[in-house]
Design a protein. Structure first.
Length: 484
């Protein structure tokens, strides 16, 4: 592949200049929200520029930017109403049964900036003809999905649903775009090495940062006050914070700068899979990713992720021991507190299971009442208006159902659900006969998390984790690897 011919360099330089110009235009709004967050975003764009200078590839610099900012839950809530000619126009409805629900507020994420950078990079490097080919290929279902989302949002006229749909469709478009260029391009070996080295370095750095922050949060029992990096305001035992009660004590679960410990654990699972992918190429880097991710995951107290990590690592180590030499087994020990966390599943010490069952029951009603088009992306909680389940303490459960399949059936109806999952798994179904053990493990993790949680398809960070796992899964189905 030819690297940076003059006309291409000019286009990429203009694109970078345009991005920084847009940042300057919108910076007053960002400064009004938070000067420190604005500074962090600006510094992240400087790092993006540095990645481009190093890799000389705008597309992969933008992709690496997404993984650079992935852990940082830096967001900007958009207004739910605007006033035009002294008339208030409602853009979104954030209240359900008198309770303000964050899930229903249209919210921009720093990851949306990353998505825009990658989409723009595709246009700069590949041109509109590239996307024209994608939409012409009716077999991938992309055009039908776009039409469905357009019709649904015209009917709903809701800002939260529109923003959610744009984010979802953009990620699907990026996913299919990378699958497409994988078929038609072979990367230069130098570029491959740079991308792998920088990407794995970014991932390991983020794992260490998030892990250390999580351990400190666990020990302190409260957040560290770095909300400008996206850290939630959390206190052990406080309503709205995720904590566990074990042996008569209350422990705050590790958040890092993610919105929930389960999302942090999902990120660490992704890092484990990347570590497994790298192991045969860079043993030290792969081993470090697996080791640190497994260690820090303990502090999230995420039972599903911990069990999945144990299964994945056990299969991986067993495979290495059976078929390869030189791998030393890692012994995994669990403290009595962690064991108690799992035992609570089988007694009355943990209400999370019964609450999830109540949400599942509520989802059946939402699906029944919105069977064809759904309630709109990100609007599940509003769909429960009038029958929102309550916790054992009488608090309304204003959160999505913890099952990605029921969640998307509720939000997009039968038609949208079929289109979305067809588009996502079209490549997997087509090449399923070539799936490897590595791919089976990824698919297993996606399904298990999807059955018991919602963050893979409901939160920006979770969605990026989900699509990253899908890219790794697709890569495992191919005979010739594109990166690596």
């Amino acid at each position: 592949m030819t690297i940076l011919p003059k006309n291409k360099f000019k286009k990429e330089s203009l694109f970078i200049a345009f991005v920084f110009l847009l940042f300057l235009v919108f910076s007053p709004i960002l400064l009004n929200e938070s000067p420190l967050k604005t500074l962090v975003i600006f510094l992240s764009l400087i790092l993006w520029l540095g990645l481009f200078i190093y890799t000389k590839n705008i597309l992969f610099s933008s992709l690496l930017y997404i993984f650079l900012v992935l852990p940082f839950n830096i967001t900007l809530q958009l207004p739910t109403a605007v006033e035009i000619f002294n008339t208030e126009i409602l853009l979104a409805k954030p209240f359900v049964e008198g309770v303000y629900v964050n899930y229903l507020v249209p919210t921009l994420s720093i990851l949306d900036l990353g998505i825009v950078l990658v989409l723009g990079s595709f246009l700069v490097t590949k041109g509109f003809s590239f996307y024209k080919r994608l939409f012409k290929n009716l077999k991938n279902g992309l055009l039908f999905l776009l039409v469905f989302l357009f019709v649904q949002n015209i009917i709903l006229l809701d800002a939260n649903s529109l923003l959610f749909s744009l984010r979802l469709f953009s990620l699907i478009l990026l996913f299919l775009s990378f699958l497409e260029i994988k078929k038609i391009e072979v990367l230069d070996k130098t570029i491959k090495k740079k991308i792998l080295n920088v990407g794995s370095g970014i991932l390991l750095t983020n794992v260490l940062i998030q892990g250390i922050l999580g351990v400190i949060q666990f020990k302190r029992g409260s957040s560290l006050g770095i909300n400008f990096l996206g850290e939630s305001e959390i206190v052990s035992g406080m309503m709205g914070s995720s904590f566990v009660e074990l042996s008569g004590q209350v422990f705050l679960r590790a958040y890092g700068t993610f919105p929930h410990p389960n999302v942090l654990s999902g990120f660490l699972l992704l890092a484990i899979f990347v570590g497994m992918y790298l192991y045969n190429r860079e043993k030290i880097m792969g081993s470090l990713l697996i080791m640190f991710s497994s260690l820090f995951m303990v502090f999230t107290f995420s039972r599903i992720s911990l069990l999945l990590a144990m299964v994945v690592i056990f299969v991986f180590i067993t495979k290495e021991v059976l078929f390869k030499k030189g791998w030393s087994l890692l012994s995994v020990s669990f403290s009595p507190l962690l064991m108690e966390r799992f035992q609570n599943l089988f007694n009355r010490g943990d209400r999370s299971w019964s609450e999830r069952v109540d949400l599942i029951k509520a989802s059946f009603r939402v699906i029944k009442e919105n069977l064809l088009l759904g309630v709109g992306g990100g609007n599940f909680v509003r769909g429960m208006e009038g029958f929102v389940p309550r916790t054992s303490r009488g608090i309304l459960l204003t959160q999505p159902v913890h099952n990605i399949f029921l969640l998307y059936l509720s939000e997009f109806g039968i038609l949208g659900f079929v289109l979305i999952f067809y588009v996502l798994f079209y490549g997997v179904i087509k090449d399923i006969k070539r799936i490897t053990l590595y791919g089976i493990l990824i698919l297993f993790v996606i399904i298990v998390i999807g059955v018991f949680d919602h963050y893979l398809v409901s939160l920006p960070q979770g969605m990026v984790i989900f699509f990253s796992l899908l890219l790794l899964l697709n890569n495992s189905l191919q005979g010739k690897e594109w990166v690596g």
